[in-house]
Design a protein around this ligand. Structure first.
Ligand code: ADP
Ligand code: MG
Length: 243
Protein backbone atom coordinates (compact mmCIF):
# COMPACT_ATOMS: atom_id res chain seq x y z
CA UNK A 1 0.00 0.00 0.00
CA UNK A 2 1.24 3.49 -0.83
CA UNK A 3 2.39 5.60 2.10
CA UNK A 4 4.00 8.61 0.43
CA UNK A 5 3.24 9.58 -3.14
CA UNK A 6 4.81 12.41 -5.15
CA UNK A 7 3.25 13.23 -8.49
CA UNK A 8 4.71 15.48 -11.15
CA UNK A 9 6.67 17.60 -8.69
CA UNK A 10 8.25 20.71 -10.17
CA UNK A 11 10.41 23.35 -8.50
CA UNK A 12 12.57 26.07 -10.03
CA UNK A 13 15.24 28.18 -8.40
CA UNK A 14 15.64 31.12 -10.77
CA UNK A 15 16.70 29.58 -14.05
CA UNK A 16 17.35 26.11 -12.61
CA UNK A 17 14.69 23.42 -12.73
CA UNK A 18 15.67 21.48 -9.59
CA UNK A 19 12.59 19.28 -9.97
CA UNK A 20 11.06 18.91 -13.37
CA UNK A 21 8.10 16.53 -13.15
CA UNK A 22 9.33 13.86 -10.79
CA UNK A 23 7.28 10.98 -9.40
CA UNK A 24 7.95 8.83 -6.36
CA UNK A 25 6.08 6.24 -4.38
CA UNK A 26 7.07 4.86 -0.97
CA UNK A 27 5.08 1.86 0.22
CA UNK A 28 4.19 1.07 3.83
CA UNK A 29 6.84 -1.10 5.42
CA UNK A 30 9.58 -0.85 2.82
CA UNK A 31 13.07 0.59 2.66
CA UNK A 32 12.96 2.75 -0.45
CA UNK A 33 16.04 4.29 -2.05
CA UNK A 34 16.38 7.56 -3.97
CA UNK A 35 19.51 7.99 -6.05
CA UNK A 36 20.76 10.21 -8.85
CA UNK A 37 23.87 12.16 -9.83
CA UNK A 38 24.80 15.29 -7.86
CA UNK A 39 22.33 18.08 -8.48
CA UNK A 40 19.57 15.78 -9.69
CA UNK A 41 17.10 17.16 -7.14
CA UNK A 42 17.14 14.62 -4.29
CA UNK A 43 17.59 17.07 -1.43
CA UNK A 44 15.14 19.50 -3.03
CA UNK A 45 12.57 16.71 -3.15
CA UNK A 46 13.17 15.92 0.54
CA UNK A 47 12.73 19.60 1.37
CA UNK A 48 9.50 19.85 -0.59
CA UNK A 49 8.15 16.72 1.12
CA UNK A 50 8.90 18.00 4.62
CA UNK A 51 7.68 21.60 4.51
CA UNK A 52 11.04 23.25 3.76
CA UNK A 53 9.82 24.99 0.62
CA UNK A 54 6.85 24.88 -1.73
CA UNK A 55 6.52 23.09 -5.03
CA UNK A 56 5.70 25.22 -8.06
CA UNK A 57 3.39 22.41 -9.15
CA UNK A 58 2.65 18.78 -8.41
CA UNK A 59 1.46 17.01 -5.27
CA UNK A 60 2.83 15.20 -2.22
CA UNK A 61 0.45 12.88 -0.40
CA UNK A 62 1.14 11.07 2.87
CA UNK A 63 -1.41 8.42 3.87
CA UNK A 64 -4.03 10.26 1.84
CA UNK A 65 -3.36 13.75 3.26
CA UNK A 66 -1.98 16.40 0.92
CA UNK A 67 1.19 17.69 2.59
CA UNK A 68 2.82 19.78 -0.13
CA UNK A 69 1.73 22.99 1.63
CA UNK A 70 2.30 21.88 5.22
CA UNK A 71 4.88 23.33 7.62
CA UNK A 72 7.84 21.24 8.79
CA UNK A 73 6.18 20.95 12.17
CA UNK A 74 2.92 19.69 10.72
CA UNK A 75 4.76 17.11 8.61
CA UNK A 76 6.76 15.98 11.64
CA UNK A 77 3.55 15.73 13.65
CA UNK A 78 2.07 13.41 11.03
CA UNK A 79 4.92 11.00 11.65
CA UNK A 80 7.57 11.84 9.06
CA UNK A 81 11.07 12.30 10.46
CA UNK A 82 14.11 13.37 8.45
CA UNK A 83 17.82 13.94 8.67
CA UNK A 84 19.76 16.58 6.75
CA UNK A 85 22.59 16.08 4.28
CA UNK A 86 24.59 18.53 6.41
CA UNK A 87 23.61 17.52 9.91
CA UNK A 88 21.62 19.97 11.99
CA UNK A 89 22.49 19.43 15.59
CA UNK A 90 22.83 21.88 18.47
CA UNK A 91 26.62 21.90 19.03
CA UNK A 92 26.56 23.59 22.44
CA UNK A 93 24.02 21.21 23.93
CA UNK A 94 24.96 17.76 25.11
CA UNK A 95 24.38 14.64 23.08
CA UNK A 96 21.47 13.61 25.28
CA UNK A 97 19.90 17.09 25.17
CA UNK A 98 19.99 16.94 21.39
CA UNK A 99 18.14 13.64 21.33
CA UNK A 100 15.69 14.91 23.89
CA UNK A 101 14.74 17.78 21.60
CA UNK A 102 14.03 15.23 18.88
CA UNK A 103 11.92 13.18 21.25
CA UNK A 104 9.63 16.14 21.93
CA UNK A 105 8.75 16.35 18.25
CA UNK A 106 9.65 20.02 18.33
CA UNK A 107 12.76 22.09 18.56
CA UNK A 108 12.11 23.88 21.83
CA UNK A 109 15.37 24.22 23.70
CA UNK A 110 13.40 25.48 26.70
CA UNK A 111 11.81 22.07 27.00
CA UNK A 112 15.16 20.58 28.01
CA UNK A 113 14.60 21.96 31.53
CA UNK A 114 11.62 19.71 32.07
CA UNK A 115 13.00 16.65 30.38
CA UNK A 116 13.87 14.21 33.10
CA UNK A 117 10.30 13.47 34.03
CA UNK A 118 8.61 12.26 30.92
CA UNK A 119 8.38 9.36 28.56
CA UNK A 120 10.42 11.45 26.15
CA UNK A 121 13.41 11.09 28.39
CA UNK A 122 13.09 7.33 28.29
CA UNK A 123 12.81 7.38 24.51
CA UNK A 124 15.83 9.68 24.25
CA UNK A 125 17.91 7.27 26.33
CA UNK A 126 16.72 4.30 24.31
CA UNK A 127 17.55 6.02 21.01
CA UNK A 128 21.04 6.93 22.19
CA UNK A 129 21.59 3.38 23.30
CA UNK A 130 20.29 2.09 19.98
CA UNK A 131 22.94 4.00 17.99
CA UNK A 132 25.66 3.23 20.54
CA UNK A 133 26.26 6.77 21.81
CA UNK A 134 25.28 6.27 25.45
CA UNK A 135 28.81 6.71 26.76
CA UNK A 136 28.92 10.15 25.09
CA UNK A 137 25.56 11.33 26.42
CA UNK A 138 27.03 14.21 28.44
CA UNK A 139 29.56 15.34 25.84
CA UNK A 140 28.87 18.48 23.87
CA UNK A 141 27.42 17.57 20.49
CA UNK A 142 29.92 19.93 18.86
CA UNK A 143 32.77 17.69 20.01
CA UNK A 144 31.54 14.63 18.09
CA UNK A 145 33.18 13.30 14.95
CA UNK A 146 31.37 13.64 11.64
CA UNK A 147 30.15 10.04 11.74
CA UNK A 148 29.02 10.37 15.35
CA UNK A 149 27.02 13.49 14.41
CA UNK A 150 25.24 11.50 11.74
CA UNK A 151 24.39 8.85 14.34
CA UNK A 152 23.27 11.54 16.77
CA UNK A 153 20.96 13.08 14.22
CA UNK A 154 19.62 9.62 13.44
CA UNK A 155 18.99 9.04 17.16
CA UNK A 156 17.14 12.37 17.46
CA UNK A 157 14.86 11.43 14.60
CA UNK A 158 14.22 7.97 16.06
CA UNK A 159 13.34 9.38 19.45
CA UNK A 160 10.13 10.85 18.03
CA UNK A 161 9.15 7.39 16.73
CA UNK A 162 8.15 8.49 13.23
CA UNK A 163 6.42 5.97 10.97
CA UNK A 164 8.42 7.18 7.95
CA UNK A 165 12.06 8.25 8.15
CA UNK A 166 13.78 10.15 5.35
CA UNK A 167 17.58 9.94 5.44
CA UNK A 168 19.64 12.33 3.30
CA UNK A 169 23.05 10.72 2.72
CA UNK A 170 23.35 8.98 6.10
CA UNK A 171 26.59 7.26 5.03
CA UNK A 172 28.27 10.29 3.42
CA UNK A 173 31.70 10.85 4.97
CA UNK A 174 31.10 8.08 7.52
CA UNK A 175 33.65 5.31 8.05
CA UNK A 176 32.84 1.77 6.83
CA UNK A 177 32.25 0.35 10.31
CA UNK A 178 29.78 3.09 11.11
CA UNK A 179 28.09 2.62 7.72
CA UNK A 180 27.50 -1.04 8.51
CA UNK A 181 26.14 -0.14 11.91
CA UNK A 182 23.79 2.38 10.31
CA UNK A 183 22.54 -0.19 7.78
CA UNK A 184 21.98 -2.76 10.53
CA UNK A 185 20.00 -0.23 12.58
CA UNK A 186 17.86 0.75 9.62
CA UNK A 187 17.07 -2.93 8.92
CA UNK A 188 16.23 -3.60 12.54
CA UNK A 189 13.84 -0.64 12.74
CA UNK A 190 12.31 -1.62 9.42
CA UNK A 191 11.62 -5.11 10.74
CA UNK A 192 9.78 -3.46 13.61
CA UNK A 193 7.55 -1.55 11.19
CA UNK A 194 9.32 1.73 10.33
CA UNK A 195 9.31 2.73 6.66
CA UNK A 196 12.40 4.40 5.16
CA UNK A 197 13.32 6.54 2.20
CA UNK A 198 17.09 6.78 1.87
CA UNK A 199 19.14 9.11 -0.34
CA UNK A 200 22.69 7.86 -0.64
CA UNK A 201 25.63 7.98 -3.05
CA UNK A 202 27.17 4.81 -1.68
CA UNK A 203 25.77 2.36 -4.25
CA UNK A 204 26.48 -0.85 -2.40
CA UNK A 205 24.77 0.61 0.67
CA UNK A 206 21.65 1.48 -1.37
CA UNK A 207 21.56 -1.71 -3.41
CA UNK A 208 22.02 -3.98 -0.38
CA UNK A 209 19.61 -2.13 1.86
CA UNK A 210 16.73 -0.98 -0.31
CA UNK A 211 13.77 -3.01 -1.51
CA UNK A 212 13.04 -0.59 -4.34
CA UNK A 213 14.98 2.29 -5.80
CA UNK A 214 13.91 5.44 -7.67
CA UNK A 215 16.42 7.28 -9.85
CA UNK A 216 16.34 11.03 -10.48
CA UNK A 217 18.20 12.80 -13.23
CA UNK A 218 17.88 16.53 -13.81
CA UNK A 219 14.74 16.68 -11.69
CA UNK A 220 12.94 13.85 -13.47
CA UNK A 221 12.31 10.26 -12.45
CA UNK A 222 14.13 8.16 -15.03
CA UNK A 223 13.87 4.71 -13.48
CA UNK A 224 12.38 2.84 -10.56
CA UNK A 225 12.18 -0.74 -9.47
CA UNK A 226 14.09 -3.40 -7.59
CA UNK A 227 17.84 -2.81 -7.21
CA UNK A 228 18.67 -5.64 -9.62
CA UNK A 229 16.56 -3.94 -12.28
CA UNK A 230 17.69 -0.37 -11.66
CA UNK A 231 21.41 -1.15 -11.62
CA UNK A 232 21.14 -2.62 -15.13
CA UNK A 233 18.75 -0.05 -16.58
CA UNK A 234 20.52 1.61 -19.55
CA UNK A 235 18.83 4.95 -18.73
CA UNK A 236 20.47 4.91 -15.30
CA UNK A 237 23.91 3.99 -16.61
CA UNK A 238 23.65 6.76 -19.19
CA UNK A 239 22.64 9.34 -16.59
CA UNK A 240 25.61 8.50 -14.36
CA UNK A 241 28.11 8.31 -17.18
CA UNK A 242 26.85 11.52 -18.76
CA UNK A 243 27.21 13.63 -15.60
N1 ADP B 1 17.99 27.00 -2.52
C1 ADP B 1 18.47 26.86 -3.75
N2 ADP B 1 18.71 27.93 -4.53
C2 ADP B 1 19.19 27.78 -5.79
N3 ADP B 1 19.44 26.61 -6.38
C3 ADP B 1 19.22 25.51 -5.65
C4 ADP B 1 18.73 25.56 -4.31
N4 ADP B 1 18.61 24.28 -3.84
C5 ADP B 1 19.01 23.48 -4.84
N5 ADP B 1 19.37 24.20 -5.93
C6 ADP B 1 19.82 23.65 -7.22
O1 ADP B 1 18.88 22.65 -7.60
C7 ADP B 1 19.54 21.54 -8.17
C8 ADP B 1 19.22 20.30 -7.37
O2 ADP B 1 19.91 20.36 -6.14
P1 ADP B 1 19.76 19.28 -4.98
O3 ADP B 1 18.32 19.04 -4.75
O4 ADP B 1 20.57 19.73 -3.84
O5 ADP B 1 20.39 17.99 -5.67
P2 ADP B 1 20.96 16.64 -5.03
O6 ADP B 1 20.53 16.58 -3.61
O7 ADP B 1 20.38 15.56 -5.89
O8 ADP B 1 22.46 16.69 -5.18
C9 ADP B 1 21.02 21.89 -8.22
O9 ADP B 1 21.30 22.43 -9.48
C10 ADP B 1 21.15 22.93 -7.12
O10 ADP B 1 22.23 23.78 -7.38
MG1 MG C 1 21.60 16.38 -1.85
Amino acid sequence: MSMLVVQQAAKRFGGIAALDGCDLEVREGEIAGLIGPNGSGKTTLFNMMTGYGRLDSGTVTFRDSAISRSSPRKVFGLGIGRTFQLTRIFPRLTVLENVHIGARRRGLIASVRHWKAGREHQRALESLDFVGLTRLRDARAGSLSYGQRKLLEFASVLAAQPSLILLDEPAGGVNPTMIELMAAKIRQLNQNGTTFLVVEHNMSFVMDLCHRVTVLHRGKTISHGEPTFVRRDPAVLEAYLGD
